[in-house]
Structures are given as C-alpha cells and as structure tokens.
Design a protein around this ligand. Sequence first.
Ligand SMILES: [Zn+2]
Length: 302
Amino acid sequence: MDAYVLEKVEEKIRGRNLRARQNLNERKKALFSSHPELKALEDSKRLIICDPRINKDEKTAKINEIDKKINAYLSERNIVMPEIKYFCPICSDTGYVTKNGTVERCSCFTKLIIKESNTDDSAIENQNFDNFDENIFAPEIRQDIIKIRDYCKKYTESFPNVKRPNTVLCGNTGTGKTFLLSCIYHELKKKGHSVIFITAGKLFDILRKYAFNKINDIDVLISADMLIIDDMGTEPVFNNITLEYTFMLINERVRNNKPICISTNLTPDEIKARYTERIASRILDKNTTYILPLKGEDLRLK
Ligand SMILES: [Zn+2]
C-alpha cells in the first residue's frame, strides 16, 4: 500500500460524500417542484438563518415556527422530507469515526484500501475449479494434486461447516498453490461469503502501516468470512511491531472461528523461525488446520 492508494481511496470516499449530497438535493428538488408551498417554507427558513439583524433567540423561535408548519404540511399529505443516504452510514462517508475520543479510520476505508491494493484480482480471474488442469502436472505427482484439489473443492462445498477451518498449502514456487487458493476464493465468493484474497507482502504492509499510524482499522481483515493469504514467506523481512499485529489478526480470527487459507513456500519449521512460535502454533494447529504439501517443480519454468 502506498501513498497513491491512500489518495485514491480518499478521493473515492469524497466522491461518495458528494454523490450522497447531490442525490439529496435532487430528491428535494423533485419534491419541491410538486410542492411549491414546501419550497417557500424552506426558502423563508434559509432567509431567517442568514439574516444578521435577527438575534439568536428570535431566530430559534422563528425557525421552530416554520419547522412546525413544514411538519404539519408533510404529515397532512403523508409525505416525508428526503434524508441524506450515505454509502457508509457509520462514518457518513467521511472515512473516519471517533471511538472513545480517538479518531480512527472507518472499516469502509480499510475495505477500499484492500480493494485498491488487491491488484492481483484480475490475475486470478480465471483460476477456478473448472479451469483446473491436472495434466500440466508431472505424472508421478498427478494423483496427489488431484487429491488436494478434491479436498479444496469439498472444503468450499461444506464451508463454513468444515471440520478444520484453516488450510495451509505448502510447496515450492509454481506448484499450483495460488491457483488452488484462487479456486477457493472464487467458489466462496460465488456462495456469497465475504472473502479477502491478499498476498502476504500486501497484508503485512497494511499491518505495518497501521501499526505505525497507531490506527486500528483492520476490522475488515478480522471480520471477513475468509482470509486468504497468498505467498507467505516471500515478503521482505519485517519488524516486531508487524509481527505483533500479524499475531493479533491471526489470533482474533482463530478465536472467532474465522477461517484462514495460506499458501507458503516455507516448511512448518521455517514458519516457526520466521513468524515466531506463537503465530506458527495458531496457523499450524493440527486440530484446526489441514496442511497440504504440494510436490513438484515450478510449472512456470517448464
Ligand atoms: Zn465508513
């Protein structure tokens, strides 16, 4: 995630805010065109608000009087004054909310950041079970890969009622891990689940920036029905703060029974060494995670 992404997201939210206000004006205009009396009342109210010669108390009294007339007019005809409809009612399309006195980014902001950062979406577009071709795998490993594919397929069919909610696909680069994760992604999205597909590099970058900004807005990463992390182990080595946030995220998800699917070129021991014992213990717990080893060499080099 870079400054460009942040700018784009902020622009999008400003656009939402503007559209909400434009939309309100249009609906008011339509109402006023068929009820000119209402428009006259609204106009007289505006004149009073802007009149510097009237003192505050007098203003309030006069406005109340007009509001009463407006309400009477509306209820007599059984109509309502249009209200603003925000895309995100939580933050009124500002992107920020105040929680316990501190300003935080709204989850809609985070959602957009993830969407904007997730440029791989088009790259995985056609990677689904229908396009899975076992014949590209070497004959000696073909049966294994078919078993793994079948497991992933059954997993998505039973989701979320699966025995082991988490899946870790281990194997060398180019052995089909991303393809299988994409299959899971598309299948769960088709079923209407909220799924985040993100490369480890981008995920850790988001966590690092959030830790740095002291802004806790990773709600969407915690609450999505499924979090798919692609390519763990290939991202640049990161600091303790990022590890802390990574643990928090994984722990929160595991605690709330929110599944995670991971692909990695690391062995379980290497995962421990790189991400600490406590992160490894969460994602490699045999009771909750099915570890699928993918054999073979890099298909892309063939
Ligand atoms: Zn919001």
